[in-house]
Design a protein around this ligand. Structure first.
Ligand SMILES: [Zn+2]
Length: 348
């Protein structure tokens, strides 16, 4: 039994004590480093959380009134959120500034709030904001412009046309806007039949000679025969994508053969062989390929006013709100439809 007890003078006792101390020091330093690491990451998380969440309503009130951050800084912050597409945070800041901010910038803040509501798609709220601005300043052109856009988005074209009256009184050019809104009202009308719409569009085009894209997009879709009859061949380039999509059975070869650009376009598509080359690179390549490769045209649309690029055709630019500023750009791409057809045929 005595063999299990070691006397304190025994060298073995010192060695055991020595290793016990080393173990304790190692354990303590390990525990301490784990604890510090956890504390550091907790601090970092809390620090980063400040940038993800906005101060609460009360905190914001204190911050603005205490002057720790000026009203201008808050407006800049809201503007940067707007530019990054974080409209919710931008709206929250504008709303708080409207409540606790100074009255000097209230109208500007209201305008920015209305603009952000519009961009975020809260049309009814945006309308309310702009109507209250116009109640105090009925001749504010920016507010009138936004109100017009809101009515257009809501498809309330009658109210949009009414907004043009005060803009006209402010000597703003409204002719293009007016024609555009009348065309949009016509196209979205449930009372008019397709034939009546086609005839009205042709009449508008004959009178105004503008907004060809929106007019001919409808004509070639609904009544290609009248589309060809009323087409001004000088506008063919502008309508390249619409003309490219016209079905082969609806082509008017008499009109096409009279125009160089149309001959090149339909020779490139492979419907006719009236051109051997083209000054347009994409047409030239397709004409020379003569259907030997699965290539076709693809389109994208650039706003001539602000250079915004869109994969979809537009009549009013979503960025700068200019009407009829879309310019079609051609490019070569793989013909997926043809590839799909070939694959299907190989299985039969
Ligand atoms: Zn634009």
């Amino acid at each position: 039994m005595n063999t299990f007890f070691i006397e304190y003078r025994d060298p073995l006792f010192s060695i055991i004590i020595f290793f016990a101390i080393i173990f304790m020091i190692t354990f303590f330093s390990y525990w301490w480093s784990r604890y510090k690491h956890r504390e550091d990451s907790k601090y970092l998380d809390n620090f980063l959380k400040q940038f993800c969440t906005l101060p609460s309503k009360d905190e914001l009130k204190v911050l603005i009134s205490s002057g720790d951050l000026s009203e201008k800084s808050w407006l800049l912050l809201a503007s940067s959120y707007y530019k990054n597409g974080d409209y919710e945070k931008s709206i929250e800041i504008y709303n708080e500034i409207m409540i606790v901010g100074s009255s000097e910038n209230k109208r500007d803040t209201m305008f920015l709030l209305g603009k952000t509501y519009f961009k975020a798609g809260f049309l009814e709220r945006s309308k309310k904001v702009f109507l209250s601005i116009l109640k105090v300043n009925p001749r504010n052109p920016q507010a009138l412009n936004y109100l017009l856009l809101i009515y257009e988005c809501m498809r309330d074209y009658k109210s949009a046309l009414d907004v043009l009256e005060p803009l006209d009184e402010l000597n703003k050019s409204i002719e293009l806007e007016s024609t555009y809104l009348k065309i949009m009202a016509l196209l979205n009308s449930n009372k008019l039949k397709e034939d009546a719409k086609v005839q009205d569009l042709i009449n508008i085009y004959k009178e105004k000679r503008q907004l060809e894209y929106i007019i001919f997009e409808y004509l070639f879709r609904v009544n290609p025969k009248l589309g060809w009859e009323n087409l001004d061949s000088s506008k063919s380039k502008l309508l390249s994508d619409i003309l490219w999509k016209v079905e082969s059975k609806n082509l008017n070869l008499d009109i096409i053969s009279q125009d160089k650009y149309l001959c090149e376009l339909y020779s490139a598509r492979g419907d006719i062989k009236l051109a051997d080359s083209s000054s347009t690179f994409e047409f030239d390549v397709l004409i020379k390929l003569r259907g030997k490769a699965n290539a076709t045209l693809s389109f994208e649309y650039i706003c001539k006013s602000c250079n915004q690029v869109s994969p979809f055709a537009f009549n009013r630019c979503s960025s700068c709100h200019t009407i009829g500023s879309s310019q079609v750009e051609l490019s070569l791409s793989k013909d997926y439809y043809k590839s799909f057809e070939e694959e299907n045929n190989s299985f039969q």
